[in-house]
Design a protein around this ligand. Structure first.
Ligand code: ASP
Length: 316
């Protein structure tokens, strides 16, 4: 049994671990672990207490994938419900669909009796108002939000200090591998923006024959390169988990155009061997936690920053 989670997931590690120790499945462990994070207001980028969009509204994304069946469920831009991960799991288990967004996701959350909550805390509202004061000219602010918002999405991208997704990768006692994510996404982004976290193959992927992968930070980049699925396919082609992460990191480094930034890739192979690589030095945001049933306590580790293999255009 093993669990890999990132710094956001630290508070949920024990809950996830207990489930595995009691013989629970990877998907149970992931849901329990992520629920703790979503309810913890000190994690300012996931669930309640997370960061709102340009309208000051919290839109949460979450996804779960079972690598044995390849069943997956995800929700995007879900408003007003505490546990996006549980709604995502219910999409996987109760609908013929994989992904619900916006009003449909909220309608389904209501239908299954999911817990409603005021997701925007006073601290998050204050962060949002401070951001507006610092970045929007006073004459525009008086009309806010009835103004064109596009340029402010670029502004928020420039000073966005991301790293706000909880990732759980789990291998259970039966060797089943699963992955889960949850986030309030890019702070001060354009309303309706979806990152990679709810997108199977970009922000997460699990395959019990190969391993699992989950990404954090600039979700647009992980979508553009299909990062999570790429890591698994590189392993399928014979790469070790570390080689696969390096290849996927190189794919990210070769992107041109758009809002480019940091990405952290978390991955395990079929045996549960972990690897976490980061494109940049991100201080505590690149620390991660690893537990196996041979350990008494989870170990904290730091992401590796692979050297670029080459830069596009280097050789003319
Ligand atoms: N990857 C997430 C997103 O793009 C955000 C993050 O991890 O910082 O929504």
């Amino acid at each position: 049994m093993m669990i890999l989670t990132n710094c956001e997931g630290r508070v949920g590690m024990d809950a996830a671990r207990r489930i595995l120790e009691q013989g629970g499945s990877g998907r149970d462990a992931i849901e329990h672990g992520i629920r703790v994070v979503e309810a913890d207001v000190t994690v300012d980028s996931v669930g309640r207490g997370g960061s709102p969009n340009l309208l000051g509204e919290m839109e949460c994304d979450a996804a779960i994938m079972d690598g044995t069946t390849h069943m997956a469920g995800s929700v995007g831009a879900l408003r007003g419900y505490l546990h996006a991960i549980s709604v995502a799991r219910a999409v996987m288990e109760r609908l013929p669909h994989v992904m619900l967004v916006g009003e449909g996701a909220a309608r389904f959350a209501h239908e299954i009796g999911a817990e409603k909550a005021e997701m925007l805390t006073e601290q998050a509202r204050a962060r949002h108002e401070r951001w507006l004061r610092e970045h929007v000219p006073p004459e525009v602010l008086t009309k806010w939000p009835d103004v064109p918002l596009a340029e402010y999405a670029w502004t928020s991208g420039k000073d966005y200090a991301p790293g706000g997704t909880v990732v759980f990768l789990v291998r259970d006692a039966k060797g089943g591998i699963a992955a889960g994510t949850s986030t309030s996404g890019w702070a001060e982004s354009y309303p309706g923006r979806l990152g990679d976290s709810p997108i199977i193959g970009a922000g997460l992927c699990a395959d019990s024959r190969l391993g699992a992968c989950g990404c954090t930070h600039n979700g647009e980049m992980a979508i553009r390169t299909g990062t999570a699925r790429s890591v698994l396919l590189y392993m399928k082609a014979g790469a070790t988990v570390q080689e696969a992460c390096h290849e996927a990191m190189q794919d990210l480094r070769d992107l041109r155009g758009g809002q480019l930034g940091a990405v952290v890739i978390h991955a395990i192979d079929v045996y549960g061997n972990p690897c976490v690589v980061s494109s940049h030095e991100l201080l505590e945001k690149s620390s991660w936690y690893h537990w196996t049933n041979e350990m008494t306590e989870a170990e904290q580790r730091q992401a590796e920053i692979p050297k670029p293999a080459y830069r596009l255009g280097d050789d003319g």
